[in-house]
Design a protein around this ligand. Structure first.
Ligand SMILES: Cc1ncc(C[n+]2csc(CCOP(=O)(O)OP(=O)(O)O)c2C)c(N)n1
Length: 811
């Protein structure tokens, strides 16, 4: 558990032998636990129901009840019981811990915890620890102008909202990586345990190194029900559940019942045993007594009634212990005197007069239950990871530059350069940078990182395995959900990284991208939440070059997803070559609290810009490539050829060259876009270029043929509101895919150089003589291509080997 001396705050520390008494509750501990739990439950119900009379100092009346009853009771008592016991453990051991509630709909329980620990009032002084503050606490919950009902960003100590179920374990594992002193207690709902992401997340232990990483303690909360039905794990033979968990690599501890104080005693014993086991595993690993095998980490199965301590029956129907207690067990309270009486009896059963003093503040028993200072889970600096964030020590990205003697004349695998950059980031940042990738680090040409770090793996390693060991820090697991979630947990606790994945399969975890974006967006409104490292997502193996894998691997959907997110968090970059990629990556690694989506293929590709040119181009995010067009800026062009994305940039540059050669009278401007978010208006996105620059690049009236990496609709969406936006004709991925040649992909999607030339002719302001003949030639070329690929199984040499003729020699 690390050195207790290093714990921040006024840690109450204990030696291990002292801590061994943890398993037994003495009367003082029991009284504190019981009082704290009652208070948390009381405050939870108060948040759901009350708008007046917070301490029940007068009989409960209809006007004390909120008009709209919103919130979730069922999971809350279990969450609070676990929280109380972990707090006691912290008090006795000095353990640094954070708490993640998988069933995040138990938000009022975690808000109550922060309030009882004093953290809440510290952050939100109006919600003070007195009667007036308690009333505000109740009124704000699930109310307009108040706080959401989940363990949302506004909840101190939270790094996990738990609104979209399934991610509690992945966040917990990410939080403890390279965080040796941290224990992440992760409560898994039994409904949540039915989700795909959660089922895959148990595997986290196969990647956790006890010497270097912290620990996750899963508590499987088997309260038996979901919203309106039973859960699989609660109804399974308990032996099967045990075996399932053992098979996932855990040692199972079980606590079952509803008797009090028996449940307190049994849970305390189970938690103590879990902590000793974690302690022993870590001590052994950290003192060289680990044989390197994957350890059996403890987990707790808690079987307790859903809605525990709530009303047994309502209107003669059983509520507690059933799905009926999931949300609001008593409805219509304002209009139903019987329900009002049940609510009053329920609230009074916690004996609030014993829990809060005359002013309404928690009494000494409750205050003493909380750990000190930053050891309170609601005050953990880990959960406000921005405070612990250290900047990356970044090498100079210019040192990795590709030499580009002339534009579009040489090839390179751009992502290989990024791999080299990340290799050196690993070296200089040995505890706060990791790459997360579903089994594709090599395939994505990022393998240089293996020169300095293996892949982490705690299961058996054989002689045939390459770059895999328990000491590795490159995270490869064939689960986009795990990769994404681990990086989120890593980011939210203040560390940096990159999630690199096949473009099409980024959609597997797209919902996580959306949810994380919401978190980041909300956190911007909370000054007490320090900015955290950005979530960097690299999409390689893209739609246009998955010619070998075919249609299933061709889908640029994540761009669409990210650009619909709010401008204060969403960034999308389409660097066309290595030097622009390096410049973009450097920017992303330095940034905070964004989702940075970077899209570039891994295959050998044409290189366009020297490093200096790339830096200038990326700084503006968009620019005219004069060398590619025939427009010298002195007059309006006849047509603008714009592009965003590597393959379509090549097609655009090739199209411009065809026009230059075969229709020299046409004035063609080429514009390349690296930062997609320069396209919207400044009022729609902070990167949006101002109207003057937009006009300078795209004019106000000339038609624009836009070749786009993703779905064409995205560009229409982005230029909405720009002068005469209808003049943008967009070519992009139109769901035409299969196993075919690289160029045939562009033909099938009508985004080839020949299509772009024809588009230019069809939409140009002015048509020089020869235009009709050139269109006919393009059609001939397309027909020739179709015949050629079928016969030769590869692209025509003039396309396959195309590079831009050296302009110096041409002119
Ligand atoms: C991915 C996802 N699907 C559906 C829901 C809707 N939902 C909210 S709570 C809930 C039941 C949760 O059951 P469980 O995880 O057992 O939590 P508890 O019983 O402790 O409330 C469901 C299905 C959701 N929040 N997330």
């Amino acid at each position: 558990m690390g050195n207790p001396q290093s714990v921040r705050g006024n840690a109450v520390t204990a030696t291990v032998s002292e801590a061994r008494t943890l398993a037994e509750l003495d009367d003082v501990d029991l009284a504190r636990l019981d009082a704290w739990w009652r208070a948390a439950n009381y405050l939870t119900i108060g948040q759901i129901y009350l708008r007046g009379n917070p301490l029940l100092r007068e009989p409960l009346k209809p006007e004390h009840i909120k008009p709209r009853l919103l919130g979730h009771w069922g999971t809350s008592p279990g969450l609070s019981l676990i929280y109380a016991h972990v707090s006691r453990l912290i008090r006795h051991t000095g353990q640094q811990a954070i708490y993640l509630a998988g069933p995040g709909h138990g938000g009022p329980a975690l808000v109550a915890a922060g309030y009882l620990e004093g953290t809440y009032s510290g952050i939100y002084p109006r919600v003070s620890q007195d009667e007036a503050g308690m009333l505000r606490l109740f009124r704000q919950f699930s109310s307009p102008g108040g706080i959401p009902s989940h363990v949302s960003v506004t909840t101190p100590g939270s790094i996990h909202e738990g609104g979209e179920l399934g991610y509690v374990l992945v966040h917990a594992f990410g939080a403890v990586m390279d965080n040796p002193d941290l224990l992440a207690v992760a409560v898994v709902g039994d409904g949540e345990a039915e989700t795909g992401p959660l089922e895959g997340a148990w595997k986290g232990v196969s990647f956790l190194n006890p010497a270097r990483d912290g620990a996750v303690l899963p508590v499987l909360h088997l309260n038996g029900a979901k919203i309106s039905g039973p859960t699989v794990l609660a109804r399974k033979d308990p032996q099967e559940v045990r075996e399932l968990m053992r098979g996932h690599g855990y040692e199972v501890l079980e606590v079952e019942g509803e008797d009090l104080p028996g449940m307190h005693h049994r849970f305390a014993a189970a938690l103590a045993e879990a902590w000793y086991k974690i302690h022993d595993i870590q001590q052994a690993a950290r003192s060289g007594r680990w044989d390197g095998t994957r350890q059996s980490w403890p987990m707790i199965i808690l079987r307790s009634p859903k809605g525990w301590t709530g009303p047994d029956k309502v209107d003669g129907i059983t509520v507690t212990g059933t799905w009926r207690s999931h949300q609001v067990p008593l409805s219509g309270v304002r209009d139903n005197p019987q329900h009002l009486a049940i609510l009053e009896g329920w609230l009074r059963s916690y004996r609030p007069e014993e829990l809060f003093d005359q002013s309404g503040a928690p009494n000494a028993l409750i205050r003493d239950q909380a750990p000190a200072g930053e050891l309170r889970m609601s005050a953990s600096p880990h959960a406000n990871g921005g405070r612990l964030t250290r900047d990356l020590d970044l090498p100079d990205f210019r040192d990795y530059a590709v030499d580009v003697p002339a534009p579009a004349t040489t090839h390179a695998e751009s992502t290989r350069k990024l791999g080299e950059l990340m290799r050196d980031i690993y070296t200089t940042n040995s505890t706060n940078f990791r790459l997360f990738c579903p089994d594709e680090t090599n395939s994505n040409r990022l393998g240089a990182v293996f020169e300095v770090s293996d892949r982490a793996f705690m299961e058996r390693v054989t002689d045939d395995d390459v770059a895999i060991s328990r000491d590795g820090r490159v995270m490869e697991v064939l689960s986009e959900h795990n990769c994404h979630g681990w990086l989120e947990g890593y980011n939210l606790t203040g560390r940096h990284g990159m999630f690199a994945t096949y473009e099409a399969f980024a959609m597997v975890s797209a919902s996580q991208t959306v949810q994380h974006g919401k978190w980041l967006q909300e956190s911007r409104n909370l000054p007490w939440r320090a900015p955290v490292p950005s979530l960097n997502v690299l999409l390689t193996s893209t739609a246009w070059r998955n010619d070998h894998n075919g249609f299933s691997h061709q889908g640029p959907g994540l761009i669409q997803v990210v650009l619909t997110q709010r401008g204060d968090v969403a960034r999308v970059y389409l660097p066309p070559d290595a030097n622009t990629l390096l410049s973009v990556a450097d920017h992303c690694f330095r940034s905070r609290s964004y989702i940075n989506l970077i899209v570039i293929d891994k295959q050998p590709q044409l290189q366009y810009l020297s490093m200096d040119e790339a830096i200038a181009h990326c700084a503006q995010g968009v620019g005219v490539w004069e060398w590619a067009g025939t427009d010298d800026g002195s007059s309006e062009p006849d047509i603008v050829l714009a592009c965003a994305g590597d393959v379509v940039t090549m097609e655009t540059v090739a199209a411009a060259q065809i026009l230059r050669d075969r229709l020299p009278g046409m004035n063609v401007r080429v514009v390349n876009v690296v930062d997609l978010m320069t396209l919207p208006r400044p009022k729609d996105h902070p990167h949006g270029m101002n109207e003057t620059l937009f006009t300078e690049l795209f004019t106000d009236t000339v038609d624009v043929i836009f070749a786009f990496h993703g779905y064409p609709g995205a560009i229409h969406q982005l230029v909405h509101g720009r002068p005469d936006a209808d003049r943008f004709r967009v070519r992009g991925f139109i769901e035409e895919g299969t196993t075919t040649t690289p160029f045939d992909m562009t033909v099938r999607n009508q985004a080839s150089r020949y299509h772009l030339v024809m588009d230019a002719i069809n939409n140009a302001k002015r048509l020089p003589r020869g235009a009709a003949a050139l269109k006919a030639w393009c059609q001939t070329q397309l027909a020739k291509h179709e015949a050629y690929v079928v016969e030769h199984l590869e692209d025509m040499p003039e396309v396959r080997d195309w590079t831009l003729p050296n302009r110096a020699q041409q002119n």
